[in-house]
Design a protein around this ligand. Structure first.
Ligand code: ZN
Length: 127
């Protein structure tokens, strides 16, 4: 486990819950405006759990860019929750160092420390 204490982890968990709820709300309203909501009526009406993955996959076929963006955010939260459950949350996936708590407050789903993120983005930019 990272250097985070229980209180910090719970706080970050709540931030992710809020983000999850907000993203699903946006997806629902985007679907409604596109007339696609009926196909996904179950979406977001239950507590967040692993079966949301199935809904996410059913939505992956949609080609609305905005929905895809929201889906990516939801997936980031899902991945961060998995790291939380596995006890690896707050550790950089590249170098294993503890991610700064202030960075996690700004980006609760961050999976890299600031140094590795910079390196990662530079590499992406060079492609
Ligand atoms: Zn790192």
């Amino acid at each position: 486990m990272s250097g985070l204490n229980q209180e910090q982890i719970e706080h970050l968990g709540r931030l992710m819950d809020e983000r999850w709820t907000r993203e699903f709300g946006e997806i629902r309203s985007l679907l409604a405006s596109g007339g696609e909501l009926q196909q996904h009526t179950a979406l977001g009406q239950r507590e967040a759990d692993t079966s949301d993955e199935a809904l996410l996959n059913s939505l992956s076929a949609t080609n609305q860019a905005l929905i895809q963006q929201n889906l990516q955010d939801v997936r980031d939260v899902a991945a961060a929750r998995q790291r939380l459950a596995a006890g690896t949350y707050g550790e950089c996936t590249d170098c294993g160092a503890d991610i700064d708590y202030r960075r996690l407050l700004a980006y609760p789903t961050a999976k890299r420390c600031i140094d590795c993120q910079r390196t990662h983005e530079q590499r992406k930019g060079q492609r």
